[in-house]
Each structure stands twice: as C-alpha cells, then as structure tokens.
Design a protein. Structure first.
Lengths: 189, 164
C-alpha cells in the first residue's frame, strides 16, 4: 500500500520513531554511500537529507522482512540519477579543503588499519581519480558490489536492472577501474 | 585436477559468491592447483580490498546539520493536495486565467461573434435539394443559401421548407 504522508496532518508517534530509528541505524551508512556516489560533500548532504525525507513520507511502503538498507540505497541511487539528469552538466566539483573527514562528528574517522595507511599514502589519489572517471552507473555497481558487499540480486533491485546486467556492468567497471588505477599510478610515480 | 581455467569474469563472480554451487566448487578446486589463475584471483581480490580500504579511509560521520535538516523538513506541514488552487489567486495567474475564461465564453457562444444566423434545415432535405440544384446548375460552387446541417427532423420544419 503506497501510503505516503501527503497531507498537512501531524506525524504520528510511530512515524517519528521510525524516522529517528532509521537515522540512527542507517544515517551514517547512507551518508557515506551518498558521498562515494557523488564524490562531493555538499551533494552527499543534500542527497542524504532528501532520502530520509522520502523515507519518512513513504514509511508505510517499506515491506518488513526486506532489506531496509537496500531500500534506502535504492532511494539514494534514484535521487542521484535524477539530480544528474537535472544538471546535464559536469556535476562533480572539487572537494573543498575544509571537507576533511575528521571535521565532522565527535567520533571522527575509524581506526586506521595498515592497508588503509597504505591506500591513503600511495593509492588513495589514483583510486579516487579512477572512481571519478567511471560513469555514474559503473560507480554505483562497483560500490554496491565491492564496498557495500551487496549480492548481484540486491544490486539489481537497487539500481533497477537484471542480474545479468549487473554482472556485465560490474565486469566492465572493474576492468575500467584496473586500467585507470594503473594509468594514474604510472603518472604519479 | 580441473584443467578448465576460469576467465576473469568468472573469478570476479567467484569472489562475489555468485557462481552456481557446482561451478564454485570447480573453480575453488582449480585455484588450489593453478598458480596463474590464483594470481589472477589475488589481483582481483586486491582491487576489492583497495576499494574497501579507500572507502574506510574516507568514512565520515553523518553531519548533525543533515539530521537537523531532516527533522526541520518533516516538522513543516506539507502542502495539502488542493494547494495548487492557491496559485489561481496570484495576480499574474489570475489575469491570464480570467482572459482564458473570457475567450472560451466568447468563442464558445456563436451568437456573440457569428455572422448572420444560419438557416437550420434537415440534412436529408438539403441533400435532396442540392442534388436537384446541381442538376440544373452543375458548375456552380456556391451553395444556394447558407445552411447548417442537422439531423433533427424538427429543425427543418420551417415555412416553405417542409421535408417531402
């Protein structure tokens, strides 16, 4: 039953509680996913905010027993695509210097693992550049498969395509990513 | 030993646990005994590890301003479904709408803008007479009189125009 909150009525306590729990449990993951998709702090903030507003309004349409995070990612992905369509121009802006991870929140960054130090020190820039060069569709698939660890079926549900399409897009995207990383690493060394 | 080497796509699917159980077992067995394929697998695994490490290194908390923005947005009452009617009250829209209504009323009522009233006669009667007229003046393109056709037989009952 698509029962969006479409009138001026006040939110029910259930609806408000649903929103608060969703933000608490999935807010950070959603924000990070949005950031990885957009590669832009301001866009990630807008995308996350809009996604949770939609979740709030359509809270009854969530089917218990299905993956809530997949639903959220689907909303974020669709919003991102809509935004890209609207702009129809180059949408990525340089991340301002004052948008370093440690400036937000009390927790700051996670504990840095050795491989993360290595990535940050040597591979972060080539990888970031390579990710930016992927098409939005390729980036979505790579992030969902390799960072979010979603199954092909979940990815298909999120981005709205078949498992076969997910598979072929992922293979192409990874091949492209490999080439780009190698190229950027050679150019920086 | 399984001699069928998996291609790179299969290795990617294997890494993501997306092969069928039979093929997954075959690839697994093959990787244990084939160094070139296991090197290729390691290379794919390292790409995934790099992506995850990069994502973790970039990970950040949800800014409190986003949470505040969500709460503010949902606290504002949404515009009711009939709210587009408010648009009609805006001067620019209202003037245009009034002009459109006036035009519809004016052009929709023929009595306000038409020429001399047409004589209403029954269609069958007109065609019968038109055939007769064409028989006498076959090259005339002018109608005998301005007419408006109607299928209503009562419309044609005018003095001198009774249907035969």
């Amino acid at each position: 039953m698509p029962a969006s909150h479409t009138s001026s009525e006040s939110p029910t306590p259930q609806q408000a509680a649903f929103l608060e729990r969703a933000i608490e449990q999935y807010g950070k993951a959603t924000y990070n996913f949005a950031y990885r998709l957009t590669r832009n702090e301001a866009d990630a903030r807008d995308l996350t905010q809009e996604a949770f507003i939609r979740i709030y309004r359509a809270w009854r349409s969530f089917k218990p027993g299905t993956s809530f995070l997949s639903w959220v990612y689907r909303i974020v992905t669709n919003l991102h695509r809509d935004e890209l369509r609207r702009r129809k121009v180059r949408y990525q802006e340089e991340i301002p210097n004052d948008n370093q991870p440690q400036e937000f929140g009390v927790g700051g960054r996670l504990a840095v693992q050795p491989i993360e130090e290595y990535v940050e020190g040597y591979l972060s820039e080539p990888l970031a550049k390579a990710l930016e060069e992927l098409s939005p569709e390729q980036r979505e698939i790579v992030l969902l498969a390799d960072v979010e660890d979603c199954s092909y079926q979940e990815i298909g549900d999120i981005v709205g395509c078949s498992v076969g399409t997910v598979r072929s897009r992922l293979h192409r995207a990874r091949g492209q990513l490999r080439k780009l990383v190698n190229r950027y690493m050679k150019s920086t060394s | 030993m399984n001699e069928i080497h998996p291609n790179i796509e299969e290795l990617v699917d294997y890494m993501h646990g997306e092969l069928s159980p039979e093929r997954d077992a075959a690839v697994h067995a093959h990787l244990a005994s084939c160094s070139s394929c296991s090197q290729m697998r390691d290379s794919e695994v390292s790409l995934t590890e790099l992506l995850r490490a990069h994502a973790n290194a970039e990970e950040r908390d949800l800014p409190p301003s986003v949470i505040a923005g969500i709460r503010n947005a949902v606290a504002r009452p949404m515009r009711p479904a009939w709210s587009p009617l408010h648009l009609l009250l805006r001067p620019a829209v209202a003037v245009g709408a009034a002009a459109a209504v006036a035009a519809i009323v004016y052009f929709g009522n023929p009595a306000w803008h038409a020429g001399p009233p047409l004589t209403r006669i029954e269609a069958a009667y007109y065609f019968d007479n038109h055939t007769a007229l064409n028989a006498t003046t076959p090259f005339s393109h002018e109608p005998a009189m301005p007419v408006e056709l109607t299928s209503d037989s009562s419309a044609g009952e005018q003095p001198g125009n009774e249907p035969r």
